[in-house]
Design a protein around this ligand. Structure first.
Ligand code: NCD
Ligand code: ZN
Length: 350
């Protein structure tokens, strides 16, 4: 008989964008409903570059959670700092001591949304900071795309491995690195086989779709995110990695809300909104691969194991029940179009 319910340990989202102010207020409850913890990206305007800014942001998140009716303590934001050319090595020590700051995020300058303050020369400008991170065991979360405008947008991740990732990890072999939202077979192969402490997050959209989806019958901006969807062979490699027994691949939704009008635009923003239905999307991808039994390790075990945090207690239940993705969800005075809006998925969170 086909399986009707799936009960898994409460999962975490190891990469999410919560935004700020009324945008955050509109969506924070979605992530808190699906996940016990989430790693909160620091690409606000201005970016979250210091412990003081991270603590102020964390307090705003807590207030928004409360205003959304989330039970106190039922969801924990794990904060990150935005690495810049000017980050002070002492800030790493302060972050480490703070307890709720779990990582630094590397955005190569100009790679994606709000990344103008990003790093221009990682080994040249940030060596002291990387040394401090390696010493205290603070992970570096990497947006792994080269920013050279000459490089084809579909090749930016693969080239990043040779140009940045390998030299970085050679210089700092004990530094914990998460290759965020990997999108290519090249990324999978590198993370699976490399020596030392490395892992990768994988989004639902990169497990479910290849790049054809962006162009089916016309330009479909809600499938546009960075790193951009790739060819089918890459999607297949990502599904194999996520559903494998390797401890190095885990859930990071990269849910990145942009108001409908900024997506359906002559110059549409990059980002897919998946926080409202992340588990349903991942369950769909695992089901299609006939590996639904591997979802728990991917969503709930490997992330905390890599970060050195305890696994969650308690469970969530998914039911085999048609779930139709809403066409739009409220976003302050505007709306958001979630990924796969209007589609019907086979699993629903109870
Ligand atoms: C993210 C965003 O909008 O903040 N967009 C995206 O396409 N993933 C930025 C990012 O994570 O690259
Ligand atoms: Zn992101």
């Amino acid at each position: 008989m086909t399986q009707q319910t799936l009960i898994i340990t409460r999962p975490d989202d190891w990469h999410v964008h919560l935004r700020d102010d009324e945008a955050m207020q509109a969506i924070v409850g979605h992530t808190a409903r699906q996940f016990a913890r989430a790693v909160i990206m620091p690409n606000l305007k201005p970016p979250v570059t210091t412990v003081a800014l991270a603590q102020a942001y964390c307090a705003r998140i807590e207030r928004a959670l409360m205003a959304s009716g989330v039970v106190k303590g039922s969801f924990t934001p794990l904060m990150t700092l935005y690495l810049t050319d000017k980050t002070d090595p002492d800030e790493i020590i302060r972050a480490h001591e703070a307890g709720n700051i779990v990582a630094l995020k590397l955005y190569p300058a100009g790679a994606t949304t709000n990344s103008d303050a990003g790093v221009t020369d990682l080994l040249g400008k940030c060596s002291k900071v990387l040394e401090a991170m390696q010493r205290v065991g603070m992970p570096l979360l990497v947006h792994g795309e080269v920013t050279d405008p000459e490089v084809d947008v579909f090749d930016r991740e693969a080239l990043f491995i040779d140009r940045v990732m390998i030299p970085l990890r050679k210089a700092f072999p004990e530094l914990k690195v998460v290759f965020e939202h990997i999108t290519t077979k090249d990324g999978v192969d590198y993370v699976r086989d490399a020596a030392g402490p490395i892992a990768a997050t994988i989004t639902a959209q990169h497990l479910l779709y290849n790049r054809n989806e962006i162009f089916k019958g016309g330009v479909r901006p809600h499938f546009y995110c960075l790193p951009i969807l790739k060819r089918e062979l890459h999607r297949v490699a990502l599904v194999e990695a996520a559903t494998s027994d390797s401890p190095r691949f885990f859930l990071g939704s990269d849910s990145a809300p942009h108001a409908k009008g900024l997506k359906e635009n002559a110059c549409g923003c990059a980002g897919c909104y998946t926080a409202v239905h992340a588990l349903e999307l991942y369950a769909t991808a695992f089901e299609r691969a006939q590996k639904i039994e591997k979802l728990e390790a991917f969503a709930s075990f490997r992330g905390p194991d890599f970060y050195g945090l305890p696994r969650n207690t308690g469970t969530v239940t998914l039911k085999r029940e048609a779930y139709t993705v809403p066409l739009e969800v409220a976003y302050g005075s505007e709306t958001l179009v979630p990924l796969a809006a209007g589609e019907t998925l086979p699993w629903a969170m109870v």
